[in-house]
Unconditional design. Structure first.
Length: 266
């Protein structure tokens, strides 16, 4: 935990905090508290909450699709006088989902940032962010696997059980682990589990690329996969997160997901 905070702490000591950051493998709601501490300690030097700070702007995909007009309003607000410390910060969650027109609207402010204006772009798929955007940002990649395995909450216990079922039993897990259907409460809960699963498989891929294949926490994934199969599974999970809203039957969605994951090893 606190990897983002520790990064900003180091950069602050070295006086090297840049004006645009692209943070990968994160969602705003999961890292809001850590971002709050970063803003309090390294930017505003106060304890004002994000939602109460008039100089912090948050755009999230879950409330509505981020449009060009919303970005235009954001840019107008960034041009006004700051109320705290001559600093303004804007956060864009799931920035990989922005349309081309929205990307283009953001590009100028990233190329020629105003003094005191900082961009925090969050993504769950850093590879899907347009190169014109990512090339103008300092990249930070977060792996959340350690906290997941060391101190799992109820949802993460379900996640670990589902991953182990897929990895150990493949398509047979549909029949063997029938309790999965009752444990996963609804479609929204399934989406949350898949988002966490995406982090686990990305962390596993990183371990494999670093040749850390004997890592205890990820062994049950690493021993069954290659770089190619993990990469395929990451694409399957990401695809299902995007498609799941179209599936009305939760149990059929789980079945299809398990089958698609199993096919990655064929």
């Amino acid at each position: 935990m606190n990897k983002i905070y520790n990064y900003f702490k180091k950069m602050s000591k070295e006086d090297k905090i840049v004006q645009a950051f692209l943070i990968g493998n994160v969602f705003y709601n999961d890292y809001k508290d850590e971002l709050q501490n970063i803003f309090n300690d390294f930017f505003f030097k106060n304890k004002t909450k994000i939602e109460d700070n008039p100089d912090i702007y948050v755009l999230k995909q879950e409330e509505s699709i981020i449009t060009r007009d919303m970005v235009k309003d954001l840019l107008k607000n960034l041009a006004t006088t700051s109320q705290f410390s001559n600093i303004k910060i804007y956060i864009i969650d799931e920035c990989e989902k922005l349309s081309d027109t929205v990307y283009n609207s953001l590009l100028k402010t990233l190329e020629e940032p105003q003094e005191g204006v900082y961009a925090i772009l969050l993504t769950n798929n850093i590879d899907a962010v347009k190169p014109t955007i990512s090339s103008r940002c300092q990249k930070i990649f977060i792996s959340s696997g350690k906290d997941l395995f060391d101190n799992p909450d109820e949802e993460n216990k379900v996640l670990i059980e589902l991953i182990k079922a897929i990895e150990n039993n493949g398509v047979k897990s549909i029949a063997i682990n029938s309790n999965i259907y009752s444990i996963i409460e609804d479609r929204s809960n399934f989406i949350d589990i898949l988002k966490s699963m995406l982090c686990v498989y990305k962390a596993s891929l990183y371990k494999m690329l670093e040749k850390d294949v004997k890592n205890e926490q990820y062994e049950f994934i690493l021993k069954n996969n290659t770089v190619e199969t993990i990469s395929k599974k990451i694409l399957v999970i990401d695809n299902f997160i995007n498609l799941l809203s179209n599936y009305l039957n939760k149990n059929l969605s789980i079945d299809r997901f398990i089958i698609d994951m199993w096919r990655c090893n064929i």
